[in-house]
Design a protein around this ligand. Sequence first.
Ligand SMILES: [Zn+2]
Length: 148
Amino acid sequence: MRIDYWKKIARLVGREAERQNLPPEQFLDGLRGRPKYIVAAEKIAAERGITSDEVLYEQSERIRKSHYPTELCLDPDEVEEYVAQSGALTREKAEHLASCPFCSEMVDATRPSEEKLQDELQWLTAAAAAKQQRESDEDLAIPEDAHI
Ligand SMILES: [Zn+2]
């Protein structure tokens, strides 16, 4: 049952890639390469019942009005080292991290998590399901007994 499900997704991905005249790996890269900030904005927008443009506008306003980056803000290298635990923060920076919403957001966004992986998997599954829906609308549904 579970294997059939993944076979169907693989088949759908194969078909869509063929339709777009792309190798399947490249088609998948295209899906995964969708800018994460857009995906995140759409998710927030859906939760709040506003458009993703409004979310992006709010976020850009928030950044414009903030004092980020301050002298103590972590640069991307420091964030990566801190998350990978290969570099220790100075006491001053550690105290700053605890009080700066921008720096703590950067650290959270960089930290790998089971939840993020699940989100990505869910998104891929939803994309495949949407394609399947479109195909069945076009009366091209994969028969239950299809052999791949
Ligand atoms: Zn900061």
